[in-house]
Design a protein around this ligand. Structure first.
Ligand code: 5GP
Length: 138
């Protein structure tokens, strides 16, 4: 076991406000919510760090919980929508080195601007398409 913060929450060594738990998955409130009700869903597997090394079994289990909890969080908070987010690796904003999906309740007029968009340069979309398709094929 690596002893990361979320591993300690799974092991009961650190407290958390749990909202759901099963054999493979745990969900609990984020300690610093973007909005109240902001929930994190994690695999209990202590040996994984992000989407790149999580076994498919754990990923699928986590996604089933995210699917259920997204609806529950929206209903419980009487929210106007939810964002589902995952940060993978430091430069994508991952701070805790254990896979986690954020379920963030959103409210009309809450003022959050999560996605500043860019524009493609001419021809760039086709290049991106090919690069991703090639990576998938290898
Ligand atoms: P990341 O930036 O890695 O995607 O998100 C990590 C999240 O974990 C942050 O939103 C942060 O507030 C939350 N967090 C960090 N430490 C703890 C903790 O000890 N308990 C809980 N419940 N959440 C934590």
């Amino acid at each position: 076991m690596r002893g990361c913060i979320f591993c300690k929450i799974v092991a009961g060594e650190l407290p958390s406000y749990k909202v759901y738990e099963d054999e493979r998955t745990l969900a609990f409130l984020d300690i610093n919510p973007i909005n109240p009700g902001h929930t994190l869903v994690i695999p209990k597997n202590p040996d994984v760090r992000n989407i790149f090394d999580i076994p498919k079994r754990d990923w699928v289990a986590m996604m089933e919980v995210v699917h259920e909890l997204a609806a529950a969080v929206e209903k419980a908070l009487d929210a106007d929508g939810v964002n589902i987010m995952m940060n993978n690796r430091e430069h994508a904003g991952q701070v805790v080195d254990h896979p986690h999906i954020h379920i963030i309740p959103r409210f009309k007029g809450d003022g959050l601007q999560l996605w500043p968009h860019k524009k493609y340069k001419p021809g760039e979309e086709g290049i991106m398409q090919k690069r991703i398709q090639q990576a998938l094929a290898t």
